[in-house]
Design a protein around this ligand. Structure first.
Ligand SMILES: C[S@@+](CC[C@H](N)C(=O)[O-])C[C@H]1O[C@@H](n2cnc3c(N)ncnc32)[C@H](O)[C@@H]1O
Length: 317
């Protein structure tokens, strides 16, 4: 299914409403209020739904995560400018312990927001979120996969779940790599991976992973590209094409600009959302399917895999 007429929310891009919201966000005192407001909403939603936000934080603080930072960090890595900006109401973006220690709770909270009207526990919502993506993905992945990469793995929730799902499906443990630009996130991922199921937690740049040509059966980008300017996404697509084997699959899941829920977000919510996601406008006005094809993939499909998100699939021929 190709979408020729792209739908996007009026609060993104160049529309008057969008420019108004951006003006608000760019006004420093207003922005500071929004940042703390966004944070409060997030924590409150989480704790009201049984996600032990503060306990999760304290547990990680007591763990050995901080000791892993030096060994995980690739000292030669240069952070792109687009990455060194505030994200998710953290001034240091993804490059701090606070972001890393709260990422799992925020991820569970995000899952709950997808099915707000259903009485799901956060565990059920998280499984539903991941499985709705895999159910599309598995229609395109090779029957037997040797090596897979979760690009932009954050604290590893997406990586471990993906690894377990497909390893179980093919009855062998797949060689799985989680790559991220934040060594803080990776330190938490490694701490959480207590059974060492993941082959490598790799501190790297999606645009230039250092992984070998034609070496992977599947690369996923789960909730990553809405955090990127379009040029970075396009470069990552080229890199993914290089590292995938012929027949290998790129699977993307992210916010769906055409989702009725996203299109009709109440003003308070979309303003809060835009204030914590610096590349929103770029993402919502970017033709991802065209970019996949321009990179050289055989574009397969775009599916509204859940009420808020879309799954996009391409294959390397
Ligand atoms: C929202 S998180 C992804 C969440 C995770 N994949 C999941 O589904 O739970 C986005 C991640 O992308 C990472 N990231 C952003 N730009 C990147 C890049 N150019 N290369 C590698 N990782 C990147 C960030 O550090 C962050 O951890």
């Amino acid at each position: 299914m190709t979408t020729s007429t792209k739908i996007k929310p009026a609060w993104a891009g160049e529309d008057l409403l969008s420019r108004l919201v951006n003006l608000l966000i760019q006004t420093k005192p207003i922005y500071s209020v929004m940042q703390s407001q966004a944070r409060r909403v997030l924590i409150k939603t989480a704790e009201n739904n049984g996600i032990p936000w503060r306990e999760n934080y304290q547990e990680l603080e007591r763990s050995s995560a901080k000791e892993l930072l030096d060994t995980i960090t690739n000292p030669d890595l240069v952070y792109p400018d687009y990455y060194q900006v505030p994200f998710h109401a953290y001034d240091a973006g993804n490059l701090c312990w606070q972001a890393a220690f709260e990422a799992a709770s925020a991820t569970y909270s995000m899952g709950l927001r997808v099915w707000k009207d259903q009485q799901l526990t956060w565990q059920e919502a998280q499984q539903k979120l991941r499985h709705s993506f895999y159910q599309v993905l598995e229609q395109y992945t090779p029957a037997t996969m040797g090596k897979i990469l979760d690009l932009g793995c954050s604290v590893g929730i997406s990586t471990l779940t993906l690894h377990r799902y497909f390893s179980q499906k093919q009855n062998t443990s797949i060689d799985t790599v989680g790559l991220d630009l934040s060594p803080y996130m990776l330190a938490v991922a490694q701490t959480t991976d207590t059974q060492q199921e993941i082959t490598q937690w790799l501190h790297g740049l999606g645009e230039s992973t250092g992984l070998a040509d034609n070496s992977l059966d599947l690369v996923t980008l789960q909730f990553v590209i809405h955090e990127l300017p379009r040029q970075a996404t396009a470069k990552i697509f080229q890199e993914v094409l290089r590292i995938l084997k012929p027949g290998g699959v790129i699977g993307i899941v992210d916010n769906n600009p055409a989702s009725p829920v996203i299109l009709s977000l109440p003003p308070v919510l979309f303003t809060l959302m835009k204030s914590t996601e610096p590349w929103s406008d770029d993402y919502y006005t970017f033709d991802v399917e065209a970019a996949i094809q321009e990179a050289g993939f055989n574009y397969q499909t775009t599916v509204a895999s859940d009420p808020r998100h879309r799954t996009i699939i391409g294959i390397k021929t």
